[in-house]
Ligand binder design. Structure first.
Ligand SMILES: C/C=C(\C)C(=O)SCCNC(=O)CCNC(=O)[C@H](O)C(C)(C)COP(=O)(O)OP(=O)(O)OC[C@H]1O[C@@H](n2cnc3c(N)ncnc32)[C@H](O)[C@@H]1OP(=O)(O)O
Length: 343
């Protein structure tokens, strides 16, 4: 379709829009675990960007991940006021690997691009306009507005609108900026690979010509794509949604059930998980009986749990709720707690 529009001499400009009020939510995450089919995104976006006639993205609903990368390949972006835009790949253990890490900093500057790409946060159309990510925001029918706009620029060359040809906006001290951001990102990432790779990819955009930046983006993406972390985060994406649909055989669902307040709980087994569960419950204000039949494990657990509670309380500037937990090694003396469980 796109090839036809671009090669048809009668067509002077093109509008790309989505379906059912959504521009594009990005790639199908389920496809990442099987061999990819269909056209590859990078050449598709390059084809759009290098078109000799203006291409306008009409963004309604969402433009996320590969969807926003496609919009960045267009020469103009018109967004509906209710639209949300973002590059959430970092939450899937990935980076925006279809040129997003290279085009976004060229369009909105390095600090703003680092923020969006390393946090994966969605922005509203209003913020996108402020950042320079979109050219116009409309409350009206977005496709109609985009068509009107495309007709108004039909006789203009899109040459100056190709983001890949933009120099990355200059920053007074790039080294200091990247050092600071990398330190903060590493701290927040706690071992996650993707946020760190995102910073490296943006650094490539800021320091290398576009083709070399794309090559660096490809290398970084290759290490993430097959990583266990990426697979786990993609599993988490679907698991989160599956939990929302979870129900008991009786048909009871968590979201349709009246919550019962839990004041007392018993945790059986004080290994690593049991200790964590006990601490989380105490910190939530629940009185806990922590049971462990192995005396050595019990002694170690008491010490570990007390210091976890003390550290947590110190962080939050409150007194540690050490009196909320009792220990027992007698399995036969299970109390009638509202909640009983063990790892
Ligand atoms: C390389 C990588 C590239 C090029 C990428 O593009 S990676 C993908 C980047 N995009 C995303 O991460 C977007 C993920 N999706 C969302 O944030 C949201 O689903 C949404 C904002 C698009 C819509 O939100 P909402 O209306 O609340 O609906 P749900 O979140 O409940 O989703 C509805 C069902 O659609 C499934 N879904 C959503 N996005 C994807 C996706 N990218 N791939 C596959 N499936 C997707 C989601 O799982 C829901 O289905 P069920 O799980 O309920 O069956």
């Amino acid at each position: 379709m796109m090839d036809k529009a671009l090669s048809d001499r009668k067509v002077k400009s093109v509008v790309i829009c989505g379906h059912n009020g959504k521009f594009c939510g990005g790639a199908d995450i389920r496809e990442f675990s099987s061999p990819l089919t269909g056209p590859l995104l990078i050449p598709v976006i390059q084809g759009v960007e290098s078109a000799a006639k203006p291409v306008v993205a009409a963004i309604e609903g969402v433009a996320l991940g590969g969807g926003l990368e496609l919009a960045l390949g267009c020469h103009y972006r018109i967004a509906n006021s209710k639209a949300r835009l973002g590059l959430p790949e970092v939450h899937l253990g990935l980076l925006p690997g279809a040129g997003g890490s290279q085009r976004l900093p060229r369009l909105i500057g390095v600090p703003a691009a680092l923020d969006l790409i390393t946090t994966g946060r969605h922005v509203t159309a209003a913020e996108a306009l402020q950042l320079g990510l979109v050219d116009r925001v409309t409350d009206r029918n977005t496709v109609d507005e985009a068509v009107k706009f495309a007709l108004s620029v039909a006789d203009q060359s899109p040459q100056s609108r190709r983001i890949s040809t933009f120099p990355c906006p200059r920053h007074p001290d790039l080294d200091a900026l990247f050092e600071d951001v990398m330190q903060r990102v590493r701290q927040r990432a706690r071992g996650a690979l993707a946020p760190v790779a995102c910073v490296r990819a943006v650094r490539a955009a800021a320091t290398l010509p576009f083709p070399q930046g794309m090559e660096r983006e490809r290398e970084l993406m290759a290490t993430l794509f097959t990583s266990g972390q990426a697979r786990a985060q993609q599993y988490h994406f679907f698991a989160q949604r599956a939990v929302g649909r979870w129900s008991m055989p009786s048909g009871a669902r968590w979201d349709k059930t009246k919550p019962v307040a839990v004041h007392k709980a018993m945790v059986i087994g004080l290994g690593t998980m049991g200790r964590g569960i006990a601490v989380a419950l105490v910190q939530a204000g629940v009185s806990v009986v922590a049971m462990e039949t192995n005396e050595k494990q019990l002694t170690d657990a008491k010490q570990a749990i007390s210091s976890m509670l003390e550290r947590g309380a110190k962080r939050r500037g409150v007194a540690p709720a050490l009196d909320k937990i009792r220990y027992s090694s007698d399995h036969s003396r299970r109390s009638r707690s509202a909640l009983t469980g063990g790892p």
